[in-house]
Design a protein around this ligand. Structure first.
Ligand code: CMC
Length: 434
């Protein structure tokens, strides 16, 4: 299926006195898009856009960000409405299928996810191959990639039924994989999923229960984690999502593509920022050190950046950060941790940065990762699990984007071009003469 494009005119480009016409599309919302796909064939030139700052790599109907006004939509619904009124699996259904489910559709979906949550027992032995002090992101990435070795019956990307089963398996098994990575890193026995628990509660149960002792689910905390999952579920064509699409464009199976997405997410400029932000807050330690760190962040000769600050698309407050801040207060209240010293540092740091001309001028605001670390830490997760939780929640976004790409009749293998600046006329010199 191809989404019909709304051509509203032409853009023109002049190269060496020759003029070329390029189709100009109007999206449902957002800036118009110039179609340069035929430019090379017509004019024998490439376009140059490191970091894809001006390039749309696909057409999509899943997520939209209005960075100037701090708006995030999933399938047309405002993130604030979804967090307030829906749970993570309802939002997952929406992202995957395009519409919110009715009661029957939701029950069927929740059932399917619940009954796919166990891992093939042989997979549990796969974990033993990792060093016991391995980072849980490394384990998660490896185990997700290994799913393709265990679930052959859902790797045919041309079969819609198999695509659907693979999508559900990934959403269902991700919490189990992540919880097992956590348990393994602690040297504790794996805890199996429980079918009478909700998605977030089940994850907490698998992380924090022991065979000897159940973890008591606190509804306020489980609901907060569910919100954190919704806030991370999808975010347009970011680095990891583009990685999933690029990997998938070659026809690779969905499990391999999601493993690629996890790898891309790990970097501190992307999903690794939640771990880095908490490390930073701990390093700052007390409010009187903030000025020193703000100074470092502004110094172009210092690589230090305020982690959890700034975004490629948001040039105003990230709407996810606003909800995250509110959720953070709810969680700390529920745990009687109102006076958490890191929250104090975070709030003071945010206040000082938002009044500083450097941050104002560059339009740098807190992003989703600024407060999420404080929430996750209060829920009991160690720092090295933060990015794993991001990956868990983003899996539905990745798989929805992958599915959309496979079903798009315009889909071709992703193959960027380059501006080659290397040598061209080197004469070979024999080894003994070099
Ligand atoms: N602290 C200090 N200066 C910053 C920061 C920051 N956090 N972010 C950007 N800047 C400066 C940067 O130095 C540059 O200044 P100049 O124009 O003088 O060279 C200017 O702002 C523009 O930055 P950029 O790196 O060109 O912007 P980008 O769009 O390529 O990068 C970013 C976006 C998110 C990678 C960057 O803001 C950053 O590194 N932030 C910290 C890491 C972080 O919080 N990442 C999580 C992103 S949200 C979650 C997710 O989607 O993964």
């Amino acid at each position: 299926m191809t989404t019909k494009k709304n051509e509203i005119g032409k853009a023109f480009i002049e190269i060496d006195n020759a003029k070329y016409e390029l189709p100009l599309y109007k999206p449902n919302v957002g800036p118009n898009v110039v179609d340069i796909s035929k430019l090379y064939a017509q004019a024998n030139v490439f376009t140059y856009d490191p970091g894809f700052t001006s390039t749309a790599n696909c057409s999509s109907t899943i997520t939209y960000i209005d960075g100037e006004n701090g708006i995030l939509l999933y399938r047309g619904y405002k993130i604030e409405d979804l967090v307030e009124n829906a749970d993570f699996l309802e939002v997952s259904y929406l992202l995957l299928n395009g519409e919110l489910p009715n009661i029957k559709e939701k029950n069927d979906f929740v059932n399917a996810i619940t009954y796919h949550s166990m891992l093939h027992e042989q997979m549990t032995r796969f974990y033993a191959g990792f060093r016991r002090d391995a980072h849980p992101m490394a384990i998660t990435c490896g185990v997700i990639g290994a799913l393709s070795a265990f679930y052959h019956d859902s790797t045919d990307i041309n079969d819609p039924q198999q695509r659907m089963i693979a999508s559900r398996r990934l959403i269902a098994k991700m919490p189990t994989i992540a919880a097992m990575a956590y348990k393994y890193s602690l040297g504790q026995p794996f805890v199996y999923p429980k079918n009478d628990l909700g998605y977030a509660s089940n994850f907490m149960h698998m992380c924090f229960s022991f065979p000897t002792e159940d973890y008591k689910i606190n509804k306020i905390l489980a609901d907060a984690l569910d919100k954190v999952f919704i806030l991370h579920a999808d975010h347009e064509q970011n680095a990891s999502t583009s990685t999933v699409r690029l990997a998938g464009s070659s026809g690779a199976n969905p499990f391999a593509c999601i493993a690629a997405g996890v790898a891309s997410l790990w970097g501190p400029a992307h999903g690794g920022a939640n771990e880095a932000a908490l490390n930073m807050l701990e390093e700052i330690g007390t409010a009187d050190n903030i000025t020193k760190y703000i100074k470092k962040a502004k110094d172009s000769n210092d690589p230090f950046r305020l982690m959890g600050f700034g975004h490629r698309v948001y040039k105003s407050y990230d709407p996810r950060a606003k909800i995250m801040q509110k959720t953070c207060h709810e969680v700390l209240d529920a745990l009687s941790l109102r006076d958490d010293p890191l929250l104090k540092v975070a709030m003071e740091l945010e206040k000082i940065a938002l009044e500083d001309p450097y941050f104002i001028e560059k339009k740098l605001y807190p992003n989703v990762d600024f407060y999420s670390g404080i929430i996750l830490r209060a829920l009991g997760f160690p720092k090295d699990m933060f990015t794993v939780l991001f990956a868990l929640a983003r899996t539905v976004g990745w798989i929805s984007q992958w599915k959309e790409m496979i079903e798009d009749s315009e889909q071709r293998i992703g193959r960027p071009r380059q501006l080659y600046m290397g040598n061209v006329d080197k004469k070979f010199i024999n080894l003994e003469d070099r």
